[in-house]
Ligand binder design. Structure first.
Ligand code: ADP
Ligand code: MG
Length: 623
């Protein structure tokens, strides 16, 4: 019989290897983020479209690659990180197997741009299904950008196997959080479909945990610290009363690498003995540093499981350390000098250091029509409606004629993946003061048309109101003392027991928003007070909507429950399409919208207005 065995061509071998390394978009995210870290990046951006199914792009400011390396990095077993077998036991980098990029390039359209610091020009390579389509010199900044498009385009079975966008996004966010928590000293940005999901500044560990999981986390953390010959342990556990019904915030990092270990988890849970309800799981963020030669990372293709030489000793040390810290915390408040009181108010979470348009000062005396326009009357009208219960009431941001406003250059961030047309805010604000009664029109009970200096602005009334309410709620919840109104007669509302449990779990967040609870039973909650911005008749609607939103929410994808709450409240309470607005209500809406920090988008990422310049209008008629 003739010989039948042959060596598989490289591209087939790569596809087979890809099956191990790349299970879903999140696997690509993990590998690319880790490569950026290995390259010494101080700032890493992750841009996604459609849960990574359409685009996963990682941009770093690391050391970049030479043009030869840029080509070589897509070869299987091509790595700069180890040279011989014994290096496997002295690993200081995330990667070492040299197969991630080869695997990814076998199953997607990949575009690489990279440049080293000392080079004049960088290299751009396009590769599809392991075939290099083009390679050329290109002008680019120092560092590397890898865009992975149309993952699994050539393996329909794998593509069809992918889960819904919500689930795939959750996997990605999980990976992102793990990497971000392992490296608080690196700045990270995550954008999904042009929305900013995370903007994490370089910080210490506590600040990073709070930035990822929300301001409430700050007070929950008990610091852990222990140093022995075989291991150094640092990090935090959450106080037992904050243990979760579902397993969630449980993180082990070994030498800055996220790992799963049910054995070590057992040690931590064991340390909480007697402090937890039966079915609850403690949250922890534990960083173990061990000599690299005492572990084997190469027992699993995704490197999330590792083998320790002295597992039993580690178990004992970990358990004792956590127990000790918890004990200390129980008898006396922990003195933690790292604790940052500023972290307790998370409102400025959306502020960022991205370039911003210079502040614009409005000249209050400028009036092209020289009519005696009285701004004060606008704010009086606006404040008269305070406390009224009609759903048409707008939030009470009185119009300040000479306010200064800094407008974040939000749009500029997205031009990398989409050429969004930047909104010219200056024009709006200049024109803003020019608006006067009679210059706003409502169209189809849905839009407002307002004349501005440079043309017209078309506003979506419901989306605009959502933005106003969202910012108002967020500010109320996180910055100010929540203002609450006591109900004359407490209201009892029925819910399913799982919903009651959910409300109970976010009770303290709801209290921050102004709710006051008197009693929880198996089927009902008794509410004694509500935020001033809502009315009694809206309570059920608002809570039901909130529960739905929390259930739909990708866990932890959003900054915190506060954000979900503010969005949910804004959605429930915003004026709807089909509502007729008086001229004054229209004016208030326009004024309040442009007093917002981020007037141009609704809390759910939709545009709230569109301007049409005179030139654009002229062009319509000059065809
Ligand atoms: P590994 O990380 O296991 O070495 P990869 O396939 O992930 O394997 O990457 C191959 C090589 O490409 C790396 O060893 C590194 O030299 C280079 N490389 C990959 N990504 C980057 C990056 N973002 N910046 C600089 N070099 C990179
Ligand atoms: Mg790698």
């Amino acid at each position: 019989m003739s010989d039948i065995i042959q060596l598989l061509p490289d591209h087939v071998a790569n596809q087979i290897a890809a099956g191990e390394v790349v299970q879903r978009p999140a696997s690509v995210v993990k590998e690319l983020l880790e490569n950026a870290i290995d390259a010494g990046a101080t700032s890493i951006k992750l841009l996604l479209k459609d849960a990574g199914k359409t685009l996963i792009q990682v941009i770093d400011d690391g050391k970049g690659m030479s043009s030869t390396d840029a080509r070589l990095c897509f070869e299987r077993h091509a790595t700069s990180k180890i040279r011989e077998a014994k290096d496997l036991f002295n690993i200081h980098t995330k990667g070492f197997r040299g197969e991630a990029l080869a695997s990814i390039a076998a199953i997607a359209h990949v575009e690489l741009k990279t440049k080293q610091d000392n080079e004049e020009l960088g290299t751009q390579i396009k590769i599809e299904g392991s075939t290099v389509v083009s390679q050329e010199a290109t002008a680019t900044t120092k560092g590397t950008s890898i865009a992975v498009k149309n993952l699994f385009y050539n393996i329909p079975a794998r593509r069809n196997f992918l889960k819904s966008d919500t689930i795939e996004t959750r996997h990605i966010v999980d990976e992102f959080q793990r990497v971000a928590l392992a490296h608080p000293n690196i700045a990270f940005l995550l954008h999904h479909n042009n929305n900013e999901v995370y903007h994490l500044k370089e910080s210490n560990l506590r600040q990073r945990i709070v930035a990822v999981f929300g301001g409430k986390m700050n007070e929950r953390l008990v610091p852990i610290e222990e140093q022995t010959d075989i291991i150094t342990i640092t990090g935090f556990v959450a106080k037992p009363e904050y243990a979760k019904k579902k397993r969630g915030e449980q993180f082990f990092f070994v030498n800055d690498r996220f790992i799963k270990s049910s054995y070590l988890n057992h040690a931590v849970v064991n340390a909480f003995e007697g402090l937890l309800d039966n079915a609850s799981h403690p949250s922890y963020f534990l960083y173990l540093d061990v000599p690299p030669n005492s572990i084997d990372i190469n027992i699993h293709p995704t490197k999330t499981e590792i083998k320790f030489d002295n597992e039993k000793a580690l178990y004992a040390i970990l358990r004792a350390t956590v127990k000790h810290s918890l004990g200390q915390y129980n008898v006396a408040p922990i003195l933690d000098f790292d604790r940052d009181a500023n972290l307790d108010t998370p409102y400025n979470y959306s502020k960022n250091d991205t370039p911003s348009v210079p502040p614009i000062t409005v000249d209050p005396n400028f009036n092209p029509f020289k009519t005696d326009h009285n701004y004060e009357s606008v704010s009086k009208i606006s404040s008269k409606t305070t406390g009224s219960s009609s759903s048409n009431d707008f939030s009470q941001k009185s119009y300040q004629p000479n306010y200064k406003k800094e407008v974040g250059n939000w749009d500029a961030l997205y031009t990398e993946i989409e050429d969004a047309e930047p909104v010219k805010q200056e024009q709006l604000f200049e024109a803003h003061q020019e608006s006067e009664t009679g210059k706003t029109f409502q169209i189809q009970k849905k839009y407002l048309l307002s004349s501005i200096k440079s043309g017209v602005v078309l506003i979506h009334q419901s989306l605009a109101h959502q933005r106003i309410l969202y910012e108002e709620f967020l500010e109320n919840i996180t910055v100010k003392e929540a203002s609450s109104q006591q109900l004359l007669f407490p209201v009892s509302i029925s819910f399913s027991s799982s919903d009651i449990e959910m409300i109970y779990s976010i009770k303290s967040d709801l209290e921050s928003a102004g709710f006051m609870f008197e009693e929880f039973t198996k089927e009902s909650v008794v509410i004694g007070g509500i935020p001033t911005s809502i009315t009694e008749s809206q309570i059920t609607l608002i809570l039901e909507q909130l529960l739905d939103d929390i259930k739909m929410e990708v866990p932890d994808a959003s900054f915190s429950h506060f954000d979900v709450m503010a969005k949910s409240f804004a959605k429930s309470l915003a004026i709807k399409t089909g509502t007729t607005l008086t001229i004054k209500e229209q004016e208030n809406l326009v004024n309040n919208l442009f007093s917002c920090k981020e007037p141009s988008i609704s809390p759910f990422g939709k545009p709230t207005f569109k301007t049409l310049s005179l030139q654009e209008i002229d062009a319509i008629f000059n065809k």
